[in-house]
Design a binder for this molecule. Sequence first.
Ligand code: F0G
Length: 365
Amino acid sequence: MQKIFPPTLHDRGVIARWRAWLPDITDATPVVSLNEGSTPLIHSPRLSALVGRDVRVFLKYEGLNPTGSFKDRGMTVAVSKALEAGARSILCASTGNTSAAAAAYAARAGLACIVLLPAGKIALGKLVQAIAYGAKIVTIDGNFDDALQLVRELADDPAIAIVNSINPHRLEGQKTASFEIIAELGDAPDAHFLPVGNAGNISAYHRGYREWLTLGRATRAPRMIGWQAAGAAPIFHGQPVAKPETVASAIRIGNPASWSLASAAVAESGGAVDIVSDDEILAAQSWLARHEGIFVEPASAASVAGLLKCVRQGGECHAPASGTIVCTVTGHGLKDTVTVLDRAAALAPPVPAKREAILAALDEN
Ligand code: F0G
């Protein structure tokens, strides 16, 4: 068959870029990609200055993936493998972003997509994505943990592939964010901060860092510092939370699937799992948007909320006094606009379309 696109245009995306380190992918794997990955690693001079003179802080802005979150990295691998295995549908439970990514990659692959969502607990933008990409949406009277349990119970049909992070291909794709960071910085950072929900991502990053340390492509692996919302902090408390509550709906999870992997990542890296309050999360979200021009959804801001907490607490916290810190900001702010609008002052009524009226309105502000 004649190639329509030159290979350089076609060969972008996580699998094309990192194939050599993705053993799941073989010549027989049909690659389903939306050119995900290669997201910006943005230096934050203001955060760096806050943390310390000898510290450089970078933000890995995963909201710039094709469906607006880091989930695309794992989904390209999981959906490619599902297609290779002959699945006809993919299935997931989600707090919103996994379902958005699953729906998009299923559409791309020509597979059906079924998503189980906790009713009323999904940010509107994510729900809109699942609808737009044509997923079959089932909302349940229950939380994310209940939805994931139901997914496990539906797992016996070989024509349906589960694409939650209990699918090992997901974490393989997600580990590529660590490769990008090492490639860009020239080495691994000293500490890596990220939000923790179902606990797959912290495990995936750690795996990526360890793999390249072992291969000599980095001289260290960072301390992995995970941040849970105070009302949804099972790993921090060491026990499942029956009714997790937080404004950061993406990480409203009481019994994470990758709990033991995450605990191992934290232990092996000398890291920690700690908590931030909803107020701290929302303050960090607002701070990032207003001081760095980076708008992320509340869950994503947990990593930066954690760093700002470290700044306030000084020596006792998890930020190194010198070196490099990377905070992953996991999802785009436009996915969850209601959280921002609910806290914003109402817009003043319209003024006449006249120069004087505008100047008067600005004076009042
Ligand atoms: N940040 C965002 C924006 C997320 O959507 C999630 C997880 C996390 C952080 C936490 O990552 O689960 O690997 O620890 N969202 C899942 C979902 C649960 O269904 O979209 P994790």
